[in-house]
Design a protein around this ligand. Structure first.
Ligand code: HEM
Length: 467
């Protein structure tokens, strides 16, 4: 592959980013048809384009080879520390810029070098029991996800009838991974309603998102302090065992990130995969019919990666990308969603192939690549499998071009997924399972207990948080 960042070549003279970024990333064109938006940018600017992200000028990288090279960062050019941002150091980033809490969060996504390595090793060791399928925790988690999926489908059938219309985002794809969050944290469902309600407020970036976010972090601090005092068989305890000098504060910040990655991003992938199957244009339906759910997930990840654009990176020195010279400390957002539409990427794929390209960048790549990919894939696979096993009929209740997408510079996900459905057979009665940490044994045995069922509690908490 030819080098994508020919730094030696003289850059054409052009004004700085601040005077170039005219086109807003978030406009109705982008939300409704991001592919058209990215294609227009590509035609006008090439593989990198100056855009305005909620009032802040940013370079948006839309070429596939350029995105891959930046993510791999083999030359050590790219920093993720917010203090690498020139405008931030100079105090010219507006204090109320909505993405500031993301880039200032201080979690492992925004660390460099040894700091990043230390936190990443806590993550990979901490997640291992849940991701290595030979481990009992991973098997128990997979069984729990299946049980949660069945509970949610049972509740949907009881509330909406054996056939009718439903919102699979609100009634299935979002609550399911939220049920996993409490399990990973080792908290029982008994005291989880507040956490879930707050997580939901943060996800929807509503008027009380800041307060909810502060409460979420405070709640994570409590959980992590308890795990430090008395470790258990949960993610924070396993991370701590791997890196014993992790402080309660560090652990809390990572767990706050986890609630977003499991609760929001994984829910988005479930929703996007179901949608891709129901639209049926990219072969995802054939993949599910052939029993290849992971292939359907691949196709959905290519068509609509949940993390469409990745929060900022900054070059340590000037770099040339395409037609532009990116100055050291300029903010750069790479876009897996746009990269997947680059002819350099799409040109290699046979459109009717039953196997999609696995070279997609939905999990990122390189030193900051996703560490929870196997966990997210397991949750999504079970969710999609159970759905298509339990519903005999499932159709979009709207034409695909009328689906309502969230307004977000980072996430590509639906606000709602309205479907017409028919349910097969009787409600599930899963086999008894061992009680989970802190979980009411009555719930763990799968019995549909009114009103204590975990599914009902989560759905109720979600309604409360939206009300
Ligand atoms: C469908 C769900 C998920 C998707 C699409 C996804 C994708 C990604 C992407 C694109 C990144 C890079 C972000 C960036 O560079 O700005 C990332 C980072 C990360 N992901 Fe995931 N992720 C998912 C779920 C999860 C889950 C469930 C976990 C763990 C519980 C997880 C753990 C991580 C961690 C720790 C990082 C930070 C790595 C670093 O910066 O060094 N992810 N993920």
């Amino acid at each position: 592959m030819e080098p994508q960042i020919p730094q030696a070549e003289a850059a054409p003279a052009h004004p700085p980013l601040e005077s170039l970024a005219a086109r807003p990333l978030l406009d109705p064109d982008y939300e409704a048809r991001p592919a058209v938006f990215y294609d227009e940018l590509r035609a006008e600017y090439g593989p990198v384009a100056p855009v305005d992200v909620l009032g802040v000028p940013v370079w948006l990288v839309i070429g596939y080879p350029q995105t891959l090279e930046i993510l791999r960062d083999t030359r050590g050019v790219w920093s993720r520390r917010v203090d690498s941002w020139r405008a931030y150091r100079e105090g010219t980033v507006p204090a109320d810029w909505p993405l500031l809490p993301v880039v200032e969060a201080g979690n492992c996504g925004f660390r460099d070098g040894a700091d990043s390595t230390r936190l990443r090793s806590a993550w990979s060791e901490g997640l291992r029991p849940f991701q290595d399928r030979s481990r009992p925790e991973a098997k128990a988690l997979e069984e729990a996800v299946r049980r949660y999926a069945d509970e949610l489908i049972d509740v949907l059938g009881e509330n909406n009838g054996r056939a009718g219309t439903a919102d699979l985002a609100a009634q299935y794809a979002r609550p399911l991974p939220l049920m996993v969050v409490g399990r990973l944290l080792g908290t029982g469902p008994d005291d989880d309603d507040g956490l879930i309600a707050d997580l939901w407020r943060v996800m929807d970036a509503g008027p009380d998102a800041q307060e909810a976010s502060a409460r979420l972090l405070a709640r994570m601090s409590e959980v992590c302090a308890a795990r430090i005092a008395a470790p258990g068989q949960d993610l924070p305890s396993f991370m701590l065992a791997a890196v014993p000098d992790l402080t309660a504060e560090e652990l809390a910040v990572e767990m706050a990130m986890m609630t977003g990655l499991v609760g929001d991003v994984t829910g988005t992938l479930i929703c996007n995969t179901i949608t891709e199957v129901l639209i049926g244009e990219t072969g995802a339906r054939d993949s599910v019919s052939a029993g290849m759910v992971q292939e359907a997930i691949n196709r959905a990840s290519t068509a609509n990666p949940p993390m469409a654009n990745l929060a900022l990176r900054w070059p340590r020195s000037d770099v040339r990308i395409g037609r532009f010279q990116i100055a050291a400390g300029d903010p750069v957002m790479v876009s897996p969603a746009a990269a997947h539409l680059d002819p350099a990427f799409t040109g290699n794929a046979a459109p009717d192939s039953i196997y999609s390209s696995r070279a997609h960048l939905a999990w990122s790549a390189g030193p900051h690549a996703c560490l929870g990919r196997d966990l997210a894939t397991t949750i999504t696979t079970v969710a999609v499998e159970r759905l298509f096993e339990r519903f005999t009929g499932l159709r979009l209740a709207l034409p695909p071009d009328r689906l309502d997408w969230r307004t977000s510079p980072l996430i590509r996900g639906l606000r709602s997924l309205p479907v017409d459905y028919e349910l097969a057979g009787e409600p599930s009665r899963p086999a008894p399972a061992a009680p989970e940490t802190g979980e009411d044994p009555q719930e763990a045995d799968g019995a549909e207990t009114e009103p204590a069922s975990l599914a009902r509690r989560i759905l109720r908490a979600m309604r409360l948080s939206q009300g």
